[in-house]
Design a protein around this ligand. Structure first.
Ligand code: URA
Length: 208
């Protein structure tokens, strides 16, 4: 299921991301800011465990996240979201999935996969700013499932209806949290209106 995190701050920051004149440094900053809102929603369902805390005035109940959280950016654009996600859960682990499009099949092909060990209480969150065709996110979710992760969610910044349909068909049990559901894909599989190439804009390679 796709969950849209329709917060006024997310809408405002998405507009900065969409603006073609936003410079690379501000773009990267905004990716981090918007990721914090969306990833926080994706983490709403985590389990907590309680422990005693002494304030200067009294003893009370404190809470900490009981799940072993694993953030998994899809290379390369997902890397721009990792730091913001990690600051929500500093004692999380990170895994990495690299996928590139095969020139013949036009489907994503894995070129890198490094994941921490899955445990019964692991909760893995895939990070990828653009849910476009849905093929990369679905392939990354396949890799997590093959590695033994049972609880998985995905965090994206902008999603396309085509990608939503593909991902929901392949992984009906995985929730996707996103900032906006845009109109469509164009003939080059870019999201319209979208924000252009997220990786290029995060890493300053637009004109390279
Ligand atoms: N990847 C991007 O970076 N942008 C899109 O619009 C689609 C996929």
């Amino acid at each position: 299921m796709l969950h849209i995190v329709d917060h006024p701050c997310v809408r405002a920051k998405l507009s900065i991301l969409r603006d073609r004149t936003t410079p690379c440094v501000r773009f990267r900053e905004c990716v981090r800011e918007v990721t914090s809102f969306i990833a926080a929603e994706a983490l709403r369902g985590v389990e907590l465990e309680s422990f005693p805390v002494k304030t200067p005035l009294a003893e009370t109940t404190g809470y900490r996240i009981a799940n072993a959280i694993v953030f998994v950016p899809i290379l390369r654009a997902g890397l721009g979201m990792l730091e913001a996600a990690q600051s929500l859960v500093p004692d999380s682990a990170a895994g990495f999935v690299g996928l590139e499009r095969d020139h013949v099949t036009r489907l994503p092909r894995e070129y890198y996969c490094k994941l921490p060990e899955a445990t019964p209480n692991s909760f893995a969150l895939l990070l990828d700013p653009m849910l476009a065709t849905g093929n990369s996110l679905a392939a990354a979710a396949d890799l997590l499932k093959q590695a033994g992760f049972r609880r998985i969610a995905a965090v994206t910044i902008i999603s396309a209806p085509e990608g939503k349909a593909v991902f929901e068909a392949r992984h009906p049990g995985i929730d996707v949290f996103t900032g906006c559901l845009d109109e469509r894909l164009d003939e080059n599989k870019y999201i319209v209106p979208g924000l252009g190439d997220a990786g290029d804009r995060i890493f300053g390679t637009e004109h390279v």
